[in-house]
Design a protein around this ligand. Structure first.
Ligand code: PD2
Ligand code: ZN
Length: 286
């Protein structure tokens, strides 16, 4: 007998399951009609899995979730201990799937961290965030650090770091925003937020004209505090230590809290914290 799993067989399995028959009973009746056991079990499993996936997609549409888009994926399938980022070996210290968070070690040398701080320091101003109501920039009370933006590629060091990041996370350099450097003094923090632009805000369509949505964030630690200042992910109770030279990377495939990428910079309790953030967009960011 032809033991192919046809659309008719799949439909029959779904009908049986919906009529309240257990998986075991359905497999039993398949065996009774001459199906080989492995084929029957595989047909059962793959059909129900496919059916559940379809239902999940329908549900997402019903709930009005924004569509899911492609995101940068560092090549971690074989659990490498490090990634060759072109001019540097970057260590993979930890990774999580949901939310998709990766902690990298040795992304920057101490000298690179110092040099980025020195280049940024004279240009610091109270941090602005993109004002999603208007599409402009505004001072944000939830972010008490001081910051500045580099233009993409504006300095040979900035360019080198950007090329390294593109190799590391497998995403075009042109899709990155300019690096942002932030300086936190004791008592300052960055309250939990999402980095994507909220689709319901009136300024968002204007922001998205330039490169589309943000789809990933890389926070690089340039200067470590003595206490506090970790990057927190409250939905999964994760806190990443702000160790100099290391970085935390996370992606969000839709502009929605279901990505579990709510994150914040915990208050710095002692010492100073410096970070450089690279936000990655869907498309070329000019
Ligand atoms: O300083 C941090 O750890 C932090 C926390 C949350 C940075 C950002 N967000 C960011 O730059 O988006
Ligand atoms: Zn953030």
């Amino acid at each position: 007998m032809n033991q192919q799993i046809t659309p008719e067989l799949r439909q029959w399995i779904v009908d049986q399951a919906q009529a309240g028959h257990s998986a075991e009973a359905v497999v039993k009746s398949m065996l009774a009609s001459g199906w080989a056991e492995e084929v029957a079990v595989e047909a059962m499993e793959s059909t129900l899995r496919g059916h559940l996936e379809e239902k999940a997609i329908e549900k997402a549409i019903e709930k009005g979730l924004p569509p899911s888009v492609a995101v940068p994926e560092p090549r971690l399938e074989e659990s490498p201990l490090y990634v060759d980022a072109g001019d540097r070996r970057v260590y993979v210290l930890q990774s999580m799937r949901d939310p998709h968070v990766v902690v990298f070690g040795n992304l920057l040398s101490d000298q690179e961290c110092d040099e980025l701080i020195a280049l940024a320091r004279p240009r610091l101003a109270r941090s602005l965030t993109v004002a999603t109501k208007t599409g402009g920039e505004e001072i944000n009370a939830d972010r008490t650090s001081n910051g500045m933006f580099f233009q993409r590629g504006e300095h040979p060091l900035v360019k080198r770091v950007e090329e390294r990041i593109a190799r590391l996370v497998n995403w075009p350099e042109e899709n990155g925003e300019g690096l942002q450097v932030l300086h936190y003094q004791p008592g300052t923090e960055y309250k939990p937020h999402y980095d994507y632009f909220d689709p319901v805000e009136p300024g968002t369509p204007t922001i998205l004209k330039r490169g589309g949505q943000r789809v990933a964030t890389l926070v690089m630690y340039l200067g470590e505090p003595e206490k506090g200042g970790g990057t927190t992910f409250p939905d999964v109770r994760l806190e990443v230590a702000p160790k100099r030279g290391n970085a935390v990377f996370f992606t969000y495939d839709r502009a929605h809290p279901s990505t579990k990428t709510l994150h914040g910079g915990a208050p710095v309790l002692a010492g100073e914290k410096w970070i450089a953030t690279k936000w990655l967009r869907e498309r070329r960011f000019e």
